[in-house]
Structures are given as C-alpha cells and as structure tokens.
Design a protein around this ligand. Sequence first.
Ligand code: SPV
Ligand code: MG
Length: 304
Amino acid sequence: MSHNPTQQNLSPATKLRALLENNALGFIMEAHNALSAKLATDAGFEALWASSLTLSASMGLRDANELSWSQVLDLVDPMLEFVETPVLVDADSGYGDFNIFGRFVRKASERGVAGVCIEDKAFPKRNSFANTSHELADIDDFCGMIRAAKDQQNSDEFCVVARTEAFVAGAGLSEALERASNYEVAGADALFVHSKQKTAFEIESFCRSWNGNIPLVIAPTTYASTPTADFVRLGIAAVIWANHGLRAAIKAMQDSYQQIAAERSVAGLEGNITSVSELLDITGTEDLIKKQDAYRPPIKKSGS
Ligand code: SPV
Ligand code: MG
C-alpha cells in the first residue's frame, strides 16, 4: 500500500477502477469526514469508503436513509476537497427508483466521486447488522437502477459496484449467485457480496461457485478474524474496512472524555493525544503562513 507517483495525474475513478481490476488485493478504508479521509490516506490507503453507517452516525443519525442523498454528497464534498484518494460512496439501496439513483450518480460523478455502491434492498434501507428482517429488492428493478447509473455517470471510468444482500437476508447461495449474475449482465463494474456471519463460510461458498468476470468486493466486519491470506486465495479484488476509523475514534474519545471528567484536568492526557502542532500540520497551517507572507503586503509601521 504505497503511494504510486505515476498514479498522481489519474482521475479518482481511474484510480478506483485500477484498484478493483488489478490482480492484487486492494484495501478500501472507511472515512466519514475530511479529517478521517486524510488520516486514512496518510496511512497508505489507496481508496476510501464513504460509509452510510459512519456518515450517519457522525451526524447523530440512524443508518436507515435518515440522511438524504444530497446530504450524503454534501458530507462527501469536504473529503474530495482535502484528499485525492478515490472515494467509493455507499449509496444504500439507491434512494428510490432508477430515476433518483441515476440523478444521484450524475451529481456524484460530476463532483468527483470515483464510484458508488448500491445494495439490493428495499427503501428505506436497514443496516445489515441491525437486528431486524431484510427485504430484498426486485432483481429487475435493481438491474434497471444499475443500467440507469451507467447511463448517467459522467466518465467511462466511473465505477458502479452492485452489492447483494442475499446472504444478509438469509436467502442463501443460489439467490446470491443468481443476483450477482444478473447485476453483472446489467453492467455492474464490481460485485460486493456481503455477509454478517462470524466466519467467512458464506463468502467462501460464493467465491467457489461464482464464475462471473467482474471483481469481487467484501467487508469483513463480522468475520474479522479471517486471515487476509484467505481473501487472496479466494481471488477477492478488494476488502472494505467499513467502519473501523469511526469505531477507533469513538473509543479514543470516550476514554479521553471520561479521564478528563474523572480527573477534572487534562494534564493526564498530554503525551497520549495528538499535539496541537500536529493538528495544525494536518490541515497545512504552515503552508498558509507561507502564502500569507507571499500574498499580503508587509504591515506598514504607523507614521511611515
Ligand atoms: C456501511 O459501512 O455503511 C455498510 C457496510 O454499508 S455495513 O454496515 O456492513 O452494512
Ligand atoms: Mg451502508
């Protein structure tokens, strides 16, 4: 996961497509705001997942389409401004019908989003890990949404990732395979097969039976202990670490807030938290100071 200087002039969509289509296993890291996008980029991640779960949670909302699609784009915008890392936007179940999803894709691609992921669930969506039933979308309707997205994207490189929730809904392997094949025919650039099991057995069974040609994407949140080497062996194209940035931040903030509240002092935290100067560095404050010198006339002394 090193930065490749030859990639610097490529469009975000081209970079994401390369990550999905090359032979190496790619890693896509969750980001929910510009700062987390920058930290993930600095850690070497070559693509970002704008997660509906973490974008919603960071706004105090449920992952149930409480954020509107235009709010999602407004939250993604600062990430696009701060980093050049391609962003794959989690577009839930497409926000309605082919028409609304097509318009979303046009707007997203015009703003510089590299790709979108749409999942085959009813609207409003329910988070895959929520303790509830999951209603799958009609296959033909969903294929129409994929086709509308491909028609509305603003570049050939833009990536539409189709996600099947067949396993999450308890519909089994043959349903997952049938859906995946239909989504490939409809024009999906990659297939995200999701599972909420504690081991990767569903993913393994899918990979062994799948004979499609588009790259496979997974999010090992519940089967997190599966060795990454297994995903390589299964021929997975990309792994999404879907929520780990925000979960790490929540724990760190909870611990710090509790310590400060208990000790009625911040003295015990210093050394264990980011310094103010590092915080200033992250946003390029030094660069701004240099620019101030270049752009502003010297301050005149009074009387001169
Ligand atoms: C998300 O990160 O919002 C996802 C992945 O869609 S999951 O939460 O597993 O559904
Ligand atoms: Mg989501």
